[in-house]
Design a protein around this ligand. Structure first.
Ligand code: SF4
Length: 360
């Protein structure tokens, strides 16, 4: 109910938390909000400005559009150029530049590219356009993947076989492991994503936590949730007791959403994936199982795009790993703005560069 939500926006609770943070914080700490939705919420509510200067918040790799490899964007563009193909996509992806074009540019020059809000909209378009092939650009994390799996099962049930997906789906815990293994990455704690954790459960982070002993707290998205998680991470650091804690128990359980995971694993296999600006991360992607191959657009249309280097000067990769902040990118606010984005971190509303641009 609204009242329930209001409680988590409560200003006096927030002030109380900020007071506590100031009281316990002594060390310089770099905390990473892994998820793009957290980045947005942190900026929207001015959370950075109420924290002591010692606390730096870094944006992580949890914006699905930002980490979609350029070769995958190139594949979406190539698909849009195939005769009789309708490409369906979430809106944020439209303007992301691949190596030569964007879906928005393809649409402007006559390709049939349609924005959808869910995969079931895409399946419906296929149902209504039987003489065409409809491809859905699947870009999401654990929160979205089960819905994509459900969309495939729906297409099977209703025998809509002019439908397929190009899967650039990604998994969160392997990205955290990859960050920990990257030279130069300095993080003192993870603010773990709330929505993703609803599906994965707390257990999904256990291995990474145990291997690296990194303070980790699962957080909701209200200012009070985020401040509370920050306080918990500061306490863990100050007392030298790293822990994996769940500060979002009203939505996240230890084992997560078992049914959603089942459907996801019924349709998809874990595979390696390449992340924009970060590179190859083992076991961090999901591709359709062999038995669902006829819904795999990359096989259906023989898409095998080469890896492409990042646009010159774009620091998205370093930003997604917490190695740089947007204003340190040489193109920021110059060549790269929300109207003329060079990299995906400026395109997506969840991207760190877009958030910086909008709020600072
Ligand atoms: Fe890339 Fe633009 Fe961000 Fe620079 S400001 S890192 S070019 S998206």
């Amino acid at each position: 109910s609204l009242q329930y939500i209001e409680e988590y926006r409560d200003a006096s609770l927030a002030r109380e938390l900020v007071k506590k943070i100031k009281a316990v914080s002594h060390k310089k700490l770099r905390l990473m909000e892994v998820c793009g939705t957290h980045t947005m919420s942190i900026f929207r509510h001015g959370i950075r400005s109420v924290l002591p200067e010692r606390i730096t918040l870094l944006s992580g790799p949890g914006c699905p559009v930002c980490v979609t490899a350029q070769k995958d964007i190139d594949a979406f563009v190539a698909l849009a150029r195939v005769k009789n193909v309708i490409v369906t996509t979430f809106g944020d992806l439209m303007k992301v530049p691949g190596s030569g074009s964007t879906l928005a540019l393809e649409k402007a020059s006559g390709a049939d590219v349609r924005m959808v809000y869910s995969i079931s909209d895409a399946v419906a378009i296929a149902r209504e356009n039987k003489s065409k092939q409809v491809v859905f650009c699947a870009v999401g994390f654990e929160t979205t993947i089960p819905t994509i799996a459900a969309g495939i099962l729906m297409a099977i049930r209703e025998k809509t076989d002019n439908f397929s997906i190009y899967s650039a789906n990604k998994l969160t815990p392997p990205a955290l492991t990859a960050l920990m293994e990257t030279d130069g990455v300095q993080i003192d704690g993870f603010i773990l994503p709330g929505h993703v954790s609803v599906i994965t459960g707390t257990h999904a982070y256990r291995d990474t936590f145990e291997k690296y002993n990194m303070p980790s707290v699962i957080a909701g998205f209200e200012p009070v949730d985020i401040l509370n998680a920050i306080l918990m991470l500061i306490r863990q650091n100050e007392t030298g007791t790293p822990a994996l804690e769940n500060a979002y128990p009203r939505a996240v359980s230890d084992s997560g959403n078992v049914k959603a995971k089942q459907i996801m694993n019924q349709v998809f296999d874990i595979c390696d994936a390449s992340w924009r600006g970060i590179g190859h991360i083992p076991s961090s992607g999901m591709r359709l199982k062999k038995s669902y191959e006829k819904f795999n657009a990359s096989i259906k249309f023989s898409m095998d795009m080469p890896e492409v280097p990042e646009p010159k000067g774009c620091a998205c990769g370093q930003i997604l790993m917490g190695l740089k902040t947007p204003e340190k990118c040489v193109l920021y606010k110059k060549k790269c703005t929300p109207m003329t984005p060079v990299g995906p971190c400026m395109v997506s509303s969840e991207g760190a560069c877009a958030a910086f641009y909008r709020y600072s």
